[in-house]
Design a binder for this molecule. Structure first.
Ligand SMILES: C[S@@+](CC[C@H](N)C(=O)[O-])C[C@H]1O[C@@H](n2cnc3c(N)ncnc32)[C@H](O)[C@@H]1O
Length: 301
């Protein structure tokens, strides 16, 4: 069976695309939670996952699509349903989406996120943690997803629609380490896989400024949740000291910035390989992604 429709391509990343199927075309589709389909655009065939959720369908082209396909322009799509004999095997794209809505939500609860909290996901990227966070808030509170990459924020907006959430606000910045919120106004700050980022001009680590800003904007007892991976830590050097940084150095810097260590939570995932076209083409599996411990701190008086 083939279904044709016109739609605007909202965002493309690492050869992938995520978008809602317009209602008229969706009405012709079988309501299965996940199906493997082909999408044909300009005579080119792309392999896709088609998700069904609460009366809407979402098309996830999982590889090979380029930005020059017509980003932001009205495009004709043909969806071809593949007869897969009734069974679909989870690929890494299914697994990532499932991780975001189930495991990450549980993870965020263990971090200490509770209903009505206001949370900042600083350097949120494609929102792997933003979604779990928004779900852990149970449609209350607010996740402020902040990044200097507009494309990543657009991807989050699509996912927010797909998961029918209404408590995410994306914030585009020019790359400053400042967090543009009043003193003592936030409950939780996530600094996940961002501690290694550097100021574009000085090439110095933004981490010390971020810890200072986190201390300023968090309420007393607010949570600073960090996630760093061994592969990054071993590349970083300690300023003014000719040696590599360790996880202990990071913990000491955070404690010196006015926080106390609270608890660690196992289960952080490093998504950088998932955003590498090269790795995806080589056949990446979810289990290949690096894992790390989330370290939580609370703001001292
Ligand atoms: C390695 S990704 C981590 C994404 C996400 N936190 C995760 O763990 O999946 C780092 C993110 O930080 C963003 N970033 C880098 N420098 C930044 C800055 N100065 N201000 C805001 N975001 C920044 C990048 O655009 C990128 O999305």
């Amino acid at each position: 069976m083939k279904i044709e429709f016109e739609a605007i391509i909202p965002v493309v990343d690492s050869g992938r695309l995520l978008m809602e199927v317009p209602a008229k075309a969706a009405a012709k589709l079988e309501k299965e939670s996940s199906q493997k389909v082909n999408a044909i655009i300009n005579s080119k065939t792309y392999s896709c996952n088609l998700f069904y959720k609460e009366d809407r369908f979402y098309l996830h082209i999982t590889r090979g699509i380029k930005r020059d396909v017509g980003l932001g322009a009205k495009t004709v799509f043909t969806i071809e349903i593949i007869d897969n004999g009734g069974g679909t095997e989870d690929d890494i794209h299914d697994q990532v989406l499932k991780w975001e809505i189930a495991e990450c939500k549980a993870l965020m609860r263990k971090v200490g996120i509770k209903t009505n909290d206001r949370v900042i996901d600083f350097g949120c990227g494609y929102g792997h943690y933003t979604i779990g966070c928004a779900l852990a808030l149970e449609q209350t509170g607010e996740v402020l997803a902040l990044d200097c990459d507009k494309k990543a924020l657009k991807w989050i907006n699509e996912k927010e629609k797909m998961y029918m959430l209404n408590n995410i606000k994306t914030i585009h910045t020019n790359g400053e380490a400042t967090i543009d919120f009043p003193d003592n106004s936030l409950d939780v700050i996530l600094l996940y896989d961002v501690i290694h980022i550097q100021d574009k001009k000085s090439k110095k680590s933004l981490a010390p400024v971020l810890y200072k800003e986190a201390y300023r904007v968090l309420k007393r007892g607010g949570i600073l949740s960090t996630l760093n991976f061994d592969s990054d830590i071993k590349k970083m050097t300690v300023e003014n000291e000719d040696r590599r940084m360790t996880a202990d150095d990071i913990a000491r810097d955070i404690i010196d910035s006015g926080f106390s260590f609270s608890h660690a939570v196992d289960g952080g995932v490093h998504f950088d390989w998932y955003h590498s076209k090269y790795r995806l083409e080589k056949g990446l599996d979810f289990s290949d992604l690096e894992r790390g411990m989330i370290q939580n701190y609370v703001k001292r008086m």
